[in-house]
Every structure is written in structure tokens, then in C-alpha cells.
Design a protein around this ligand. Structure first.
Ligand SMILES: C[S@@+](CC[C@H](N)C(=O)[O-])C[C@H]1O[C@@H](n2cnc3c(N)ncnc32)[C@H](O)[C@@H]1O
Length: 244
């Protein structure tokens, strides 16, 4: 059974899909990701993510692309489509159960986690929730290949585990899509990624509007940082590092 917002998003996606088939074939391919139910991002947010990655690529900002939190790989496909073949793209995820939230997350987050933990979360379009899938890493690898970006030919790596154990960044980063819901997950990403962000680079936060823990982590982390421009793009927060 589809939820109301999924029905609305599907209608918007099909209208845009046919329009883009005529006017912009590249963006029509991004809309296919929605039709295939591979992402939780709404259609405009997915397109904005693709366009932001493309803008960073075209500006030739130095460094790798990162996604923290890929689920079925939909947003990773959009980023992979925007990048040059040789640019490194690292995709971090538990590829299993999301970790428990902490006391820095509020009631909204704990209620959502309890639903997931109880095995009651529904997947997109009534499918199985991705977190209950045994071989999620293989599923994402295969989804990327289906969209013409096989990982072995496109400098893409999938890194399995909790960010607290796996995310250790020592190279420049041009773009990071942080889509991992809870306070501690977002904070772990910021501590590793922000000091390595190149001038002109961007961090896109998926959950700033939606989840209290993400909002708390971002506000706290950037409270003493200069040299950033914060822009609300649709329902997402895009943070750009200034050139000087
Ligand atoms: C909302 S989903 C990502 C959605 C995806 N970007 C899309 O296009 O639909 C969040 C993902 O972050 C992962 N995650 C959250 N916190 C994590 C952590 N600390 N370590 C590893 N993975 C984490 C979850 O397991 C889940 O796969």
C-alpha cells in the first residue's frame, strides 16, 4: 500500500519524466531512479542533488565525492551519474540495521527507530524495508551497474560498517551527501569530512529539516565555523565552502 506522499511524488515524477524525455535526457535518467523506487528523496530533491554534484564536477573542485547513508543506492546513482569517471566516489553505509539513536536525538527519532527495530518499518512502495535485506551491499552494487556505472570501472567503492568505525578521511573532499538521520551519525561524518572539504566544495544534508538529531548536530558543529554559505534548497540544506 503506497503512502499519500509517495502517490503525489509518483505523479510529479511521471509528468517531469515525459517532459525531460523531450528536453533533457540526462535528467530523465535521474527521474528513472524514482520510478524504480530506489530512493527516499523526493523528485525535486533528487534533481537538486544531481545538479549540485554536477556543478561541483564542472567547477573541477578538487577531491573525492562521498555519500554517508545510501540505503538502496538511489541518491548514490544520481551522484555517480554527475561525476567524471575517474573521480573517486566512496559510499559508506551499515548495509544492514541502522545504529540506535542517542539522547542527543529527540522523540521523533526514537519513535522511528523503535518502529524499525520492531520489524514494522515498510519499504518504498510497500516493498521490504531495505534495512531488513540480507545482501544490501550486493543490491546497491547491482543497482549502480544497472544505471551504467559499475563500481569497478568508475572509481566507486562501497564501505560497509558503522561510520564510527569506517569513516576516516585524510584526503580532500569535493562533495559529501550526508543522509544518515541521527545525531551521532551526522556528527561522526562532520568531524571527518568538514576539515577536508575543498574550497568551492559542498556538503548536502538530507535530514536537516526532517530529523531533530541531524539538525542539532549541524547547528552545533558549525556554530564556531566561518567561511560557509548555508542555503535551503527545497527541503535540504546545502552548505558550500567559500573560495577564500
Ligand atoms: C535514509 S537512509 C539513506 C537514503 C538514501 N540516501 C536514498 O537515496 O534513499 C539512511 C542510511 O544511513 C545508514 N546509517 C545511518 N547511520 C549510520 C552509521 N552510523 N553508520 C553506517 N550507516 C549508517 C542507514 O543504515 C541507512 O542505510
Amino acid at each position: 500500500m503506497m503512502r499519500m506522499y509517495e502517490v503525489k511524488d509518483r505523479l510529479v515524477t511521471s509528468a517531469l519524466f515525459w517532459w525531460y524525455r523531450i528536453t533533457n535526457r540526462e535528467e530523465a535518467a535521474i527521474l528513472q531512479i524514482k520510478t524504480d523506487q530506489l530512493t527516499y528523496l523526493a523528485t525535486p530533491d533528487l534533481l537538486n542533488l544531481y545538479r549540485a554534484a554536477k556543478q561541483v564536477e564542472q567547477a573541477q573542485v578538487a577531491g573525492m565525492f562521498i555519500e554517508a547513508g545510501c540505503a538502496l543506492g538511489g541518491s548514490a546513482i544520481a551522484i555517480g551519474k554527475a561525476k567524471a569517471k575517474q573521480r573517486a566516489f566512496r559510499i559508506y553505509d551499515a548495509f544492514g540495521m541502522i545504529p540506535a539513536p542517542s539522547d542527543k536525538d529527540e522523540a521523533d527519532v526514537h519513535a522511528r527507530y523503535d518502529e524499525i527495530k520492531a520489524g514494522k518499518s515498510k519499504g518504498l512502495g510497500g516493498n521490504t524495508y531495505y534495512g531488513y535485506t540480507e545482501n544490501l551491499q550486493d543490491v546497491v552494487t547491482s543497482n549502480l551497474a544497472k544505471y551504467g556505472i559499475p563500481i569497478q570501472d568508475n572509481n566507486i567503492r562501497l564501505i560497509k560498517g558503522y561510520f564510527e568505525d569506517t569513516l576516516y578521511i585524510t584526503e580532500p573532499v569535493a562533495l559529501a551527501h550526508i543522509d544518515c538521520d541521527w545525531y551521532a551519525s551526522v556528527m561522526s561524518c562532520l568531524i571527518q569530512i568538514e576539515p577536508n572539504l575543498s574550497p568551492g566544495g559542498k556538503i548536502i544534508f538530507d535530514d536537516y529539516v526532517e530529523w531533530s538529531g541531524c539538525r542539532n548536530a549541524v547547528d552545533e558543529y558549525f556554530s564556531d565555523k566561518d567561511g560557509y554559505v548555508f542555503t535551503r534548497v527545497g527541503r535540504k540544506l546545502h552548505v558550500s565552502k567559500t573560495l577564500r
